[in-house]
Design a protein around this ligand. Structure first.
Ligand code: ZN
Length: 138
């Protein structure tokens, strides 16, 4: 479950930063790799910092597992993925060319961004231990 960050509420309480721990399920259609699926939910640590002007700087540490068939030899393969991402959520109008993400109603909903982060972190191939070894020896 991906939580919302209630910025208006936090600001009313005088809280300007915090951290959320949660996990959510990756979806099969995020994966471009044939014969590969998520082997664990995506676990996420999300740090946020709320600026005076309402902009919210967000940093996420993501961890998830993939398992399936090796892209080269079809033997069983699995991999643990770690990824970090940052974003700036801006109230009202955002400059999306600058990578800013708009939010409305005093509430940041990081779902769409986190989905993009996971998709971006997925490697183009999954290799079994033997094929990884072979790559390292090249
Ligand atoms: Zn292999």
């Amino acid at each position: 479950m991906i939580p919302k960050i209630h910025i208006a509420l936090l600001r009313a309480k005088g809280q300007t930063e915090g951290k959320l721990d949660f996990s959510f399920d990756g979806e099969q259609d995020w994966l471009d790799l044939p014969l590969v699926s998520f082997s664990s939910p995506v676990s996420c640590e999300l740090f946020y910092e709320i600026a005076e002007n309402g902009e919210v700087a967000v940093r996420a540490h993501l961890r998830f597992g993939l398992k399936g068939s090796c892209s080269r030899c079809l033997e069983p393969a699995e991999e643990e993925i770690f990824s970090e991402a940052e974003a700036l959520f801006v109230p009202g109008e955002a400059d999306e060319d600058e990578g800013e993400i708009p939010y409305r109603g005093g509430c940041v909903e990081p779902d769409g961004w986190l989905r993009e982060c996971v998709i971006f972190a997925i490697p183009p191939v999954l290799h079994c231990a033997a094929c990884k070894q072979e790559d390292n020896n090249k």
